[in-house]
Write a protein that binds this ligand. Sequence first.
Ligand code: ZN
Length: 368
Amino acid sequence: MAGHADRVSGLRLLDPLPPELLRSDAPTLLAALGGPTLARVPGTGGSAGGSAGGSAGTAGARPRGVVVLQHGDERTGLDALLTVLRDDPPLPYDLHVLFGNVEAALAPPGFAHRMLPHQADMNRAWFADGEPGGGHDTVSVAARAALHRLRDLDLAAVVDLHNTTGDNPFHAIVATDDPATRALAALFTPLIVRWDQQLHTLLEGLRDHCVAVTVECGRAGSDGAHAFAVAGLRRYLAAPDPARLHAPDDVRVLRRMRRVIVDPTATLAFGGVDADDGRLTADVVVAADVEARNGVGQDAGWLLATVRPGHERSLRVRDIDGVDVTDALLEVERGQVRVRTATTPLMMTGSVAAARADCLTYLLDRGV
Ligand SMILES: [Zn+2]
């Protein structure tokens, strides 16, 4: 049966998602969708206006949501979802799947672009109450339309799957710290980050509507990423009621996302120490293996960077509200920039371009 397709403000609605599309490979599926799409995978319970009668016992189970490809180069979530939907028995409830920035994923050579030059970052464009978030590009318009739909669907939960740019441990991100949200995150991983920024992300948009988590499945294509996402999705989809879970005791919640920014006028290098004379090859030099620290609790006094004379203040730390907290967090002695307190770095990148585009790293309270 062909799916009923509709289009609302740049968002394609597909109800149901045609089963033959699930059997095609990821590029073929995305080519058929063509753009941001919200699709229903019907459950056997016949909820949400499915087949007449429905089956006993599961009718009325609240539908759930999965979001993939908010960023076109983060394909792990899509691949994992296709694996689960193809291989596992049908679900007893409706699953609503949002395929995010399909155009960016399709752009040659495929799964290579976070977004296209004319597009907003989808996970900064989910709602508009002033700027930013009020963009008129296709991604912003579709995201706002999708948020209205997701809110109206009375979803029991939403899981939003991503990859990180650099090497990071698997972790989940939550925008509220209630036990049910923490427990939903723990279905994927015991390492949880409390998102406290206001950047018009999907999590912020859903905060008052249903339990929702973002799951970071490491670098796209990295070892174990697919298996991690498949296992977590299976636990999520099998959970009797994801809005009423109990978190295990071993979860670790990292809080306070402080951004470390490199002064744009200073040169930056990773591993930039001359082998012969030990001189720095840039104004700010960060260890080449710095990504190995991601998600690992560091004791007070750990070495973040080395700087040339005159660049003692080229690394700045900003708190959630944008307040400069550099002096509370960093100390510089003989060109060595150390972090004063026990912290856990996350999203530390080993790429100069990425450090320039966003930040060098986030420093979080260490967690327990
Ligand atoms: Zn992402």
